[in-house]
Design a protein around this ligand. Sequence first.
Ligand code: FE2
Length: 377
Amino acid sequence: MPQTTAEAQAPQTSTVDFLPLHGTDYVEFYVGNAKQAAHFYKTAFGFQSLAYAGPETGVMDRASYVIRQEKLTFVLTTALKPNNPIADHVALHGDGVKMLALKVDDASDAWIQTTKRGAKSYMEPKTLKDENGEVVMSGIHTYGDTVHLFIERKNYKGTFMPGYRKWESNYNPPPSGLLYVDHCVGNVGWNQMNPWVKFYEDVMGFKNILSFDDNDISTEYSALMSKVMSNGNGYVKFPINEPAEGKKKSQVEEYLDFYLGEGVQHVAIATHDIIKTVTDLKNRGVEFLSIPPNYYEDVLDRVGKIDEDLQPLKELGILIDKDDEGYLLQIFSKPLQDRPTVFFEIIQRKGAKSFGKGNFKALFEALEREQELRGNL
Ligand code: FE2
């Protein structure tokens, strides 16, 4: 019997996760005007003011506004002067996601493990301290100008992190039911999907859990390919898209043309009640892609019985898909800024762990209608 115990306790070296992640810590956008962007995300999506950094806190080159709703934290950062990396990023890409910050127990080890496996360092581990404790952060480059930061905050009790002060506001709009980042999608260039899949496998220990080729994701006009990368516990999921040949320009190409390179295409945000959340967001002025009513004629034949009434889903344009484990409800916003680049997905999972493959055709046809209006199809 002792042998059995020893066996049960023996370390399973093959399954040891060298980069344990506890989910998304925050998403940082570089924007042209952070004060106004923070107001937009509070008003339109129901975030609350959390923290601020800028000249008043001793940060002279930028202003950063931190907003939060449940486990979803956004940082909106702008440059205060030209000719620095933030101003250059915004001039080139427009408003977009710069940092996908991941929660770790040990930011130094995360940096060591990933850089020794080939990641290009963005920031060596550094410790930020104030009277509330310390935060250790480090970072590596990923596709385009996008960065993964590793954030270790187990010894910190302050509002956000050293360098920031609490942001008290008289304007505290009610939340909209957004909970946390479900997944975050990157658009990469022609023939770049597999190299980035390999990066997430080799450098971060992720696994490819789903793949879609251009037969899965194509319409009469345009196509793309996608592979979903997930970390060991499934808290961090990064689908990677690349364009595929079609008769006309794909949505990924349009993104690459306007972002001037690879970057984050969409952030998918979870809710427990998508009908309530989307009704609320629409009332606040958030615009979503519209889905033709005939999508709903046979959708229940495809997905089977669902708990929700079909009518509100149809009125709101919410899509439905299923996999072996259940179903999901999802909807996609229009771009969040003037360039047709980053947008949000709102998703409610009812067992399903997939990404809405059954909706791709309807979704891409909706996207093509928008592309056509912009003259980019
Ligand atoms: Fe998605």
